[in-house]
Design a protein around this ligand. Sequence first.
Ligand code: DSN
Length: 419
Amino acid sequence: MDSYWKALEASDPDITDLIVSEAKREASTIRLIPSENYVSEAVLAATGSLLTNKYSEGYSGRRYYEGQQFIDPVEDLAVRRAKDLFGAEHANVQPYSGSPCNLAVYLAFLDPGDTVMGMALPSGGHLTHGWSVSATGRWFRAVQYGVRKDNHLIDYDEMRDLALKEKPKLIWAGGTAIPRQIDFAIFAEVAKEVGAIFAADIAHIAGLVAGGAHPSPVPVADVVTTTTHKTLRGPRGAMVMCRTEHAKAINFAVFPGLQGGPHNHTTAAIAVALKEAAQPDFADYAHQIVANAKALAAALLERGFDLVSGGTDNHLILIDLTNKGVFGKPAAKALDRAGIELNYNTVPFDPRKPFDPSGIRLGTPSVTTRGMKEPEMVKIAEWMDKIISAPEDDDMSKKVSGEISELCRSFPAPGTINA
Ligand code: DSN
């Protein structure tokens, strides 16, 4: 690896400098974007390997190109580890990322114009679950359920009523801003009742599921999709798991339906990450993510923050900042200046637009990976409170940023460079 790095330095100092700067930034800031993480150096090494050189259209043992002696076993290992880790009957590790992965589910089971039901984006769903601006909302007839107004929990009654009325062929559970556990069994029952395929998108919580910190949908879902780079802590990529009866349709949808050659370097890195996720310390990490999120939520509540649904059961916290008199975007930018990185986000029933919403979204996977625990979560809540109370106060921002850099030096993150 050192030789690759030296070659990059010699051939492209501009890109080298930018990567080094990012490595220092990731070391010295509190990264709270709930869909991000720090991968291990082993995952980085596989991602940066020469497997990127190889074309391998097809599947193990049935490729359209020669020279697959070492690629087939790489993909076989990734598939076997995915099946073992999640207890799935079938796994396909080739999807390039979450959106193509979810599109493969449509291609496997639906025709254009068919009805799909998913959670609405403003309630915490994902674009690819039928939201209007996504191809899935334009090419399919999408109906959307949401959360209850009184408690911001998934409205399972609305979801069932909508399914009985609209008879979707595909029902999605999961999303990107859901701070509470999802009851996959209810979705499975409703899907059975209306004859729909039930697909659980566990992109955000895959690491929690693998580590036993969130119930798994695998026993009850027809299909489970996930990205591999969030709580699961692998490279940017995705996987789709399903019952054996759907394996052929899913495989055919991924290739040749949607994609060409799989990204073999990513497949290898997914295999490495899945091996890591099968180790006992990964379960500790998964449970600590949730413990940290609960500690952070409690410390924020104490400071008067309005948490959507009143708290969290997983890795994610969604805050409506209306009562703090600041909107999501300026708050996120002020926090970023001080060294706390998260994203502005709509909250359920938000009167404001997604590009300038009322809330912020944060989570604990990255800080947990670097070893932070409950006491550090209280510090983070204190810093957030100081910055959000005075977003324009440059002196405060500098003071907090200095304190954050100091804390970060005590919690080195894999693959980064301590400044
Ligand atoms: N972009 C991802 C997230 O941040 O949740 C979802 O696709």
